[in-house]
Design a protein around this ligand. Structure first.
Ligand SMILES: Nc1ncnc2c1ncn2[C@@H]1O[C@H](COP(=O)(O)OP(=O)(O)OP(=O)(O)O)[C@@H](O)[C@H]1O
Ligand SMILES: [Mg+2]
Length: 234
């Protein structure tokens, strides 16, 4: 089933946070999710060891560049959704994951450095599309935005993306303490205590809208011809 990767060549863009929010939102809807933790910092693997991990989320921590594409394809056959959290760079692991993705989400904070890191991934996607001979659907998710104000830097990034005709999610991921807390205390947003987490309801609403937009984009999948090509080659 759908493979959704999170990539930005710049570190700290919000990939891991966005990947975990999506995974927990999907799990809340009763679906089976496999997360590939290809971030060397292994935040999602650490999260998985905390109490409260939904039973329908499994995390794969052992990644080998040469077999990642095949590992992902095998997981896609057994899970409802596969989510891949990638390192903030461009390397073989990133290229392999993107080449078998149904959707690549590029998280970008409102800064030109993040936008340049995101642009590198968009260029890499274009190159990979020539190799795999099909379009690799992709979109940008603006991250860590301020709930109250739109900064000049964020406006500049939005204009840059609009000029390039890039698909940008309407729901930005807002800066919320609740999202950081997931990595401290484990579980999903539904498990957090509203008395202890500021604006938990707003965080839950934001995450649900973000996930809905992603799921909308992977509802209709193209035929996975390349799966069989890879399998035969293996
Ligand atoms: N929406 C958010 N609200 C609050 N904190 C956030 C949000 N998004 C990211 N952060 C914080 O910003 C930092 C970087 O985020 P994250 O680890 O998700 O980025 P990354 O792109 O995966 O980084 P890396 O390239 O190092 O893997 C973390 O400390 C995280 O808790
Ligand atoms: Mg990360």
């Amino acid at each position: 089933m759908p493979v959704i990767s999170f990539a930005n060549a710049k570190g700290g863009a919000g990939k891991t946070t966005a990947a975990l929010l999506l995974a927990t939102e999907i799990a809340d809807r009763g679906k089976r999710v496999t997360i590939f933790d290809a971030d060397p910092q292994k935040w999602i693997s650490t999260w998985a060891d905390l109490p409260g991990r939904p039973r329908n989320i499994s995390v794969v921590s052992q990644i080998t560049p040469a077999s990642l594409a095949e590992q992902i394809m095998d997981a896609a056959e057994d899970s409802d959704y596969v989510i891949v959290d990638l390192e903030g760079t461009e390397n073989l692991i990133v290229a392999n994951a993107l080449s078998v993705s149904d959707l690549v989400v590029v998280p970008i904070q409102g800064s030109s450095m993040d936008a340049r890191g995101g642009a590198k991934i968009l260029t890499l996607i274009k190159k990979l599309e020539k190799v795999v001979k099909h379009d690799i659907r992709h979109c940008v998710a603006l991250t860590r935005t301020n709930a109250a104000v739109t900064t000049r830097a964020l406006k500049a990034v939005q204009e840059f993306l609009a000029v390039k005709g890039i698909d940008v999610l309407m729901t930005p991921i807002v800066e919320r303490a609740a999202y950081r807390d997931l990595f401290e205390f484990g579980g999903g947003l539904r498990a957090q205590d509203p008395r202890q987490v500021t604006n938990l309801d707003k965080a839950q609403e934001n995450a649900a809208l973000f996930a809905a937009e992603i799921l909308e984009r992977v509802q209709v999948l193209p035929t996975r011809r390349w799966y069989h090509v890879f399998k035969r080659a293996g």
